[in-house]
Design a protein around this ligand. Sequence first.
Ligand SMILES: Nc1ncnc2c1ncn2[C@@H]1O[C@H](COP(=O)(O)OP(=O)(O)O)[C@@H](O)[C@H]1O
Ligand SMILES: [Mg+2]
Length: 332
Amino acid sequence: MNEIILEVRQLVTEIHQRRGWLRVVDDVSFNVRRGEIVGLVGESGCGKSMTAFSLMQLFPTPAARVTSGQIQFEDRDLAKLTADEMRRVRGAQIAMIFQDPATFLDPLMTLGNQIAEPLRAHNFAGNATARTRELVAQMGLPDPELMVRRYPHQVSGGQKQRALIASAMACAPKLLIADEPTTALDVTVQAQILDLMRDLRDQTGAAILLITHDLGVIAEMCDRVYVMYAGKIVEHNTTRELFRAPRHPYTQGLLRSTVSLESASAELFAIPGTVPNLNELPTGCRFAPRCPIANAQCKQEPPFVANDASAVACWNVERAAASDIWKLEIGS
Ligand SMILES: Nc1ncnc2c1ncn2[C@@H]1O[C@H](COP(=O)(O)OP(=O)(O)O)[C@@H](O)[C@H]1O
Ligand SMILES: [Mg+2]
């Protein structure tokens, strides 16, 4: 159970722009074990989706490409595969689902046909119709017979996302990448979809890389978590430890801004400022301009030990641990 199936090392992904190459994923390392749910969390624009696209070697823009690093998946480095070899991995060994299911469903195709699409693409040897019905039932969709004949506009948002997950799970992938899978759904449906993903992990043993801006989702779902800021991983740990004792000021801020249903506190907190433009990155720690305890040392890049059991990229971990640094911020 402890076997690592995905080991990403020093991944760099860049987008070619008129002003040169923009490094959207910068020296990112992480791993995922068989059957594990690993979270990747950070504010919008931090490079989470670009990290996911890098693993799939499939980008929303032709200007993007992985420029260095390794993506070791089982015994292969995905960064070295040809387009053809990668096509055989995608949808079969690694599948991906996205925030907005509507964008990825063909309005003119029945859900049944769309769920069966990866089976056809990867020359499924068994009975595709039976497999499709089985998937529909497994997704908790009502009336499988009827559901497979429905078109996307005839079903709810939650049912669309279930259909997309069914399609992703069709070939029994070993890794499911879920990029903000519940962000577009209302809260009740969100919880149901998360339950479904957890059940699928339990039943199939598939590992899940769960990408979200929401630490609440992470707490609910993940075994371990990586925190990403401005293209870099700044902290990682087990979910339990990360929530018990967040070490990076950014993680501490994210945690404070997560609305907790248990806490009676009505205080709404947001980390002041915004994620820096990748064209105008500060030197040294990228979070320093927003950090309440930044000092002169933060002009240097903080050390970071990648792929240890846990790690944090901050010069002032002791100070961050010693006091409630964001409380200071609010009071001042
Ligand atoms: N299609 C695109 N073309 C150019 N730049 C992009 C594109 N998609 C994302 N980016 C840039 O890549 C960076 C990371 O974006 P993204 O990975 O989407 O962040 P996240 O998923 O964490 O919100 C951002 O600076 C964003 O502006
Ligand atoms: Mg994204």
